[in-house]
Design a binder for this molecule. Structure first.
Ligand code: PAF
Length: 283
């Protein structure tokens, strides 16, 4: 595996004559890699000639300093995992390489309501930060295909919107959420949970499964309220939201019409750790 910290070196490698007509699969990450990331990498390896992975903890997508400074960083271990998976190129830039001092990071794109609801409401500016870094990474890597997990469903929707609005020539591939045996969605943040919190965290999956099992038995709003209450009755949880929304608009649905487009999304704090998850209710 070749590791680059400079954009120029990354481009030099990808521009080598031998790489000219090769397909490039790209897996952007913030490191602290787990099976979820590895499943994206394995899919990229199957579908492309070259697989590039990036590790960059993007400061402009964090809303608070504590969350940024506490984000798990384990470059050596990550690098080992990537070698084991057969990743061809790791791009691991420093902050100044991605955001040269004096340059104001910006992206002239309106996301409409997509970045205002759910995560957008609780983490203002978060998706703008994600979109800016992903656009830059796409410019540097110029991938044929880019792989994102469905666990960050709103992020995936926003990236798809950016790609289609800005006509970026990349195919966005949505990959299934990878779960622990008890159902908890894999996330780098799980590492920060205490043993007790980790045990409780699987209740998020249980409530999503409960919701899925009870669709159409009651009106959407009522079921949403019951699910929210199930989570909120655990005093260890501080629930930001539990919403049943349309998968395209991310707006709340009023009925069970268009079932193939309905997803439940939730976010809550367990101690200091904010966890998100979602489930397509009719798939
Ligand atoms: O999902 C993530 O890990 C990040 O939001 C991403 C897409 C790598 C951008 O920093």
């Amino acid at each position: 595996m070749n590791t680059y910290i400079l954009i120029s070196d990354l481009r030099k490698k990808l521009n080598e004559p031998g790489n000219k007509n090769k397909s490039v699969g790209f897996v952007p990450t913030m490191g602290a890699l787990h099976e979820g990331h590895l499943s994206l990498i394995r899919q990229s390896k199957q579908e492309n000639d070259i697989t590039v992975c990036s590790i960059f903890v993007n400061p402009i997508q964090f809303n608070n300093e504590g969350d940024l400074s506490g984000y798990p960083r384990m470059m050596e271990q990550d690098s080992k995992l990537l070698i084991e998976e057969g990743v061809d190129i790791l791009f691991a830039p420093e902050v100044d390489e991605m955001y040269p001092p004096g340059e104001e990071p910006q992206l002239d794109l309106d996301f409409g309501r997509l970045d205002k609801v759910m995560e957008g409401k609780y983490r203002p500016g978060h998706f703008k930060g994600v979109a800016i870094v992903v656009k830059k990474l796409f410019d540097f890597v110029q991938p044929t295909r880019a792989y994102f997990g469905k666990k960050d469903f709103q992020q995936l929707t926003i990236i798809k919107h950016m790609v289609s609005s800005m006509k970026i020539p990349v195919e966005v591939i949505a990959c299934e959420t990878v779960r622990e045996p008890d159902g908890l969605a894999m996330s780098s943040r799980n590492l920060k949970l205490t043993i007790g919190e980790r045990e409780m965290a699987s209740q998020i999956y249980d409530v999503l499964m409960f919701t899925k099992a009870n669709v159409e038995t009651s009106p959407v709003k009522k079921l949403q309220g019951i699910a929210h209450k199930r989570l909120a009755t655990n005093p260890a949880f501080r629930v930001d939201y539990f919403e049943i929304v349309d998968m395209q608009t991310l707006l709340p649905v009023a009925s069970w019409e268009n079932p193939e487009n309905i997803i439940a999304c939730t976010a809550l704090y367990l101690g200091d750790i904010r966890l998100i998850d979602n489930m397509e209710l009719f798939s």
